[in-house]
Design a binder for this molecule. Structure first.
Ligand SMILES: Cc1cc2nc3c(=O)[nH]c(=O)nc-3n(C[C@H](O)[C@H](O)[C@H](O)COP(=O)(O)OP(=O)(O)OC[C@H]3O[C@@H](n4cnc5c(N)ncnc54)[C@H](O)[C@@H]3O)c2cc1C
Length: 328
């Protein structure tokens, strides 16, 4: 298959980059190993309801991202969930006046919405091998295809991208800049509850006490009519306990959730998800990294120093510019 650009990853940064490249008439194919688009914009169906188990909400500081959010608000794609979280106390929610946005129906809907504006997205396709031969990229994937393209945009978490590029001669300065980037892991619990839950308004607590720093009620968030909690363990605890059996993890999470359960509330169904790369802890200072001497660009939330959803969005935009310039 031949396209000008192959985008690896249909998370937020890959989708935004592909949308902008295609707007500018550059033929682009996006591949993702997941069964659907979104990457860490992840929403799981459970017990007839849904729960966000990756990104929980997003904020905006840049005018560019704020302007796009205005459009999403007008389309009823996203809405404001609140202006801050309880620090764990049952009474107090700290409001800092900054809106926290959520996607109606779950975070993954944001990716699905963006995917409608992008042609040629192939999911369930894992890139396995990348070579730069005779001035073109030859990229092998699990669909037995070989993608031939002139420019390559890599958006997976950087350690995964570097592994895929192990046969490519990346300049040592670029490789070491990329190797400096670090992500924190996150062990996430999804808990369907029968009974009352008393998380303070607007329905979440965020306190940086180990092991669980975030508990949110997806029902209060407005994305489901079932009482389903999402709990996230801290990066530090998740790293030290990444392979702990589910039963033992659940013991720790139950202890953290207990103060917010009404009398007689029970766990109906539970799942544990382990994210090896959840949020960037050490980022690259620029919005992208353009590899020296190669039509190869790295993008994602670990670029630009903002981290998270806004970082992925801004990095995707900048990546489209950087790749686009390779064709002018
Ligand atoms: C538990 C958790 C909590 C979070 N909470 C928040 C929050 O509250 N607020 C916030 O702003 N952000 C939060 N984030 C971070 C946010 O989700 C990310 O910043 C953002 O979604 C990253 O987008 P991205 O495009 O950079 O990367 P990703 O979404 O990771 O996209 C990369 C894509 O590459 C694909 N890929 C990887 N390897 C291959 C391969 N070999 N072949 C093909 N495809 C491949 C993956 O499947 C993935 O879809 C959270 C993340 C997690 C995991």
């Amino acid at each position: 298959m031949e396209r000008q650009v192959l985008v690896v990853g249909a998370g937020l940064s890959g989708l935004i980059a592909a949308r902008e490249l295609q707007k500018n008439g550059i033929s682009t194919v996006v591949v993702d190993k997941g069964t659907g688009v979104g990457g860490r914009l992840a929403t799981r169906h459970i017990a007839g309801g849904v729960a966000d188990h990756g990104a929980q909400f997003f904020t905006a500081r840049t005018n560019i991202f704020k302007a796009e959010i205005e459009e999403w608000l007008a389309e009823d794609l996203v809405r404001v969930w609140g202006y801050g979280w309880s620090d764990g106390s049952l009474k107090r929610t700290v409001s800092d006046g900054h809106p926290r946005y959520v996607t109606n129906g779950g975070m993954n809907n944001l990716a699905k919405h963006l995917a409608k504006e992008v042609q040629d997205i192939e999911v369930d396709v894992r890139v396995t091998d990348i070579k730069w031969i005779d001035d073109e990229w030859q990229v092998k994937a699990t669909n037995d295809g070989v993608y031939h393209c002139q420019a390559l945009l890599m958006t997976p978490p950087v350690p995964q991208s570097l592994e895929l590029l192990s046969k490519v001669n990346i300049a040592p300065e670029d490789r070491s800049a990329l190797q400096r980037i670090q992500y924190g892991p996150c062990i996430c619990g999804i808990h369907v509850i029968d009974g009352e839950v008393n998380l303070p308004e607007p329905g979440a607590v965020q306190n940086f006490v180990e092991p669980v720093y975030w508990i949110a009620n997806n029902e209060a968030k407005g994305i489901t009519d079932k009482t389903i909690l999402t709990a996230h363990a801290s990066s530090n605890w998740s790293r030290n306990n990444f392979d702990m059996p589910d039963e033992a993890v659940l013991g720790f999470i139950h202890e953290a959730i207990q103060p917010y359960l009404g009398p007689g509330a029970t766990y109906v169904e539970e799942q544990i998800k382990r994210w090896r790369y959840s949020v960037p802890l050490i980022t690259h200072p620029r919005d992208t990294l353009i590899a020296r001497g190669l039509p190869l660009v790295f993008a994602g939330d670990a670029f630009g120093g903002r981290g998270r959803i806004e970082g992925a969005y801004m990095s995707g935009l900048e990546a489209a510019k950087a790749v686009g310039e390779m064709f002018t």
